[in-house]
Write a protein that binds this ligand. Sequence first.
Ligand code: 5AD
Ligand code: SF4
Length: 434
Amino acid sequence: MNHYDSIKIINYLKYYGNYKILESFDYADIIILNTCSIREKSENKFFNFLNKFNKIKKNNSNLIICLCGCLSTQLKKKVFNKSNLIDIVCGPQSIHKLHYLIEKFIKNNKKLIDIKSFNINKNINNFNYKYNFLKNIKIYSYVSIIEGCNNYCSYCIVPFTRGKQVSRYPEDIFKEICNLSINNIKEINLLGQNVNSYLSKFSNGNKCDFSDLLYLISDIKKIKRIRFTTSHPFYFNDKIINCYKNIDKIVNFLHLPVQSGSNKILKLMKRKYSIEFYKDLINKILFFRPNLTFSTDFIVGYPNESEKDFLLTLDLIKEIKFDHSYIFMYSPRPGTLSYNFDDNIDINEKKRRFFEIKKLIDSNVNYYNNNMLNNIYKILVEGISKKNKKYLFGRTENNRKVFFKSKNCLIGNIVNVKIKKIYNNYLYGNLLTT
Ligand code: 5AD
Ligand code: SF4
């Protein structure tokens, strides 16, 4: 999501002003740091990074440093006390005003902060039609459908930094995706903190929920693949499950964060579902798509997570055979419910649990990779290999990067490739003609 916000920032600045984006910050006049605050580590990273700019500021006293992203809404004005280097603080919902803040700063040379929340359906909505920002991404694109989150999971700072949930109008999303498809985008990734709770209205007043939106988008002919991130299991209702039966364009891969394999911990986290519910959901999806694989998120070392709770998480990984996982060591975040809990799992124990999960997930990934050998997969071709121009590369629905030889430029097509070699981060295959 942050990566997508960075793309938006670049494009707002290019559209509204005569800015040149540099490869390195050494000779920059403006440095924009788009930050995350989901864990304390990201916060520390930002301040360590900031120290690097002292030297640049000494050589260029006009250097402007902007703080964007969730750290700005988390720290607010306090950030100016933490570092003198920061000139502008711009919240995640004010990025469309950044050009204006920069101009104002240059004029008045006074520190500025704008962390107001926007109305997604007004301020930012139709920007893409005015300026084509497809230069970096040619085949696939993110599309925001919902901003903010109302869930208040005990550990999570997002509802505080990104605000209440607001869904974009379906017609606006539809128009944006049509526009992307005209510009050769073949795969879209619908973005939101919790896409399953998307709820909006058509201009005729009819309600549009997430499954309605999926049907609407699947009608866009040139869009070949649909992904969505992130799903919350509790809101993944039967209507959405049915989309896996009816919409072939939804990929055979789903990111479905579970966080823990223990009901005790899920309850403390206020995740609203049990492991039994989660497994049932997985089975319902597999009923329509037996070959679909899942990725997930885990938090290890949550307050009071016992060895028994942790073993339940390992059991779940073995049972579901997740194809990928993001693993996080629990980090207390100010303002959240669990900030008040005793962070009572030792850091070394958190690390041990982290690596145990990683080991299991890595073995799952190997298992799936090996199963792919000598089988045929549909690849959406993204580009030409940098190392060897005779090779093209693309991605399978389960996100494997695959290289294959081709005489024709097939970028943007979906082709059949037989997997022939497996490496850790990519695969090689032979292009099939039929
Ligand atoms: N500590 C560790 N991990 C966290 N996440 C969210 N908040 C925290 C926290 N305080 C993880 C969750 C979520 C992912 C985006 O980040 O696993 O799904
Ligand atoms: Fe955070 Fe996701 Fe829970 Fe929302 S649903 S509070 S973004 S973990």
